[in-house]
Design a protein around this ligand. Structure first.
Ligand SMILES: [Zn+2]
Length: 211
């Protein structure tokens, strides 16, 4: 057993790892005049850091994949391209679920391609307090794209199980972040009160005082 993992969204605002992955294209709805979107996934290493943040890989697997990427940089670029394609497909599919529409076949194909190309390479192990998913001893069949399979599976789980009303888009202008709202009345409006919520409050405050 190489390492055990705990999928985490603590400190992030998507409420689900698949949506936190989707939100790595920041300011998705911001116009070009205002600076346009900002992509956090600018390299394979940045992608690994995202997977590590979400608990999809641990430190040992991240280190091993970094070494593999140094040995095969062109494959790392290919996997980054596949990850961005998966992310955008997940974004459009989550938007379709939210709006009660059918997903586009091209997006379904992108998701299914990842599921088939990168079969589950993680295994279940016992840890104190219960069982946990983990990567097999590293180097054992681990490829640069292996975590992409795990990412695709998390996305598929969300898309097949989420109530349409529970997938929401932040009301902050230009923000574009999606989040999974599991509150009973589904009334959350902002990705986070500290960022978009407070900006909106400040704007209202300013407009009131201007009037
Ligand atoms: Zn927001």
């Amino acid at each position: 057993m190489g390492e055990t993992l705990r999928i985490t969204t603590t400190g992030l605002h998507g409420g689900h790892p698949a949506l936190d992955f989707v939100n790595t294209l920041d300011w998705r709805d911001r116009s070009t005049a205002e600076g346009g979107p900002e992509d956090m996934l600018v390299s394979y290493d940045a992608l690994l850091a995202c997977w590590r943040r979400l608990g999809i890989v641990g430190t040992a697997t991240e280190g091993e994949l970094k070494r593999q990427a140094r040995r095969d940089p062109s494959q790392a670029v290919t996997v980054l391209g596949e990850a961005l394609e998966l992310r955008e497909a997940l974004h459009r599919m989550a938007q379709a679920v939210r709006q009660g529409k059918e997903a586009r076949p091209v997006d379904l194909d992108a998701l299914n391609r990842c599921l088939l190309r990168y079969p589950e390479a993680r295994v279940i192990a016992n840890v104190s307090g219960g069982a946990r998913l983990g990567w097999k001893a590293h180097g054992d069949g681990l490829q640069l794209g292996s975590p992409l399979g795990a990412m695709a599976r998390l996305g598929a789980d969300l898309l097949v199980s989420a109530e349409p009303a529970s997938i929401r888009c932040c009301a902050g202008p230009g923000c574009g972040w999606l989040f999974h709202d599991t509150s009973p009345n589904k009334r959350r409006r902002w990705c986070s009160m500290e960022s978009c919520g407070n900006r909106a409050k400040a704007r209202r405050h300013y407009q009131k005082h201007k009037a």
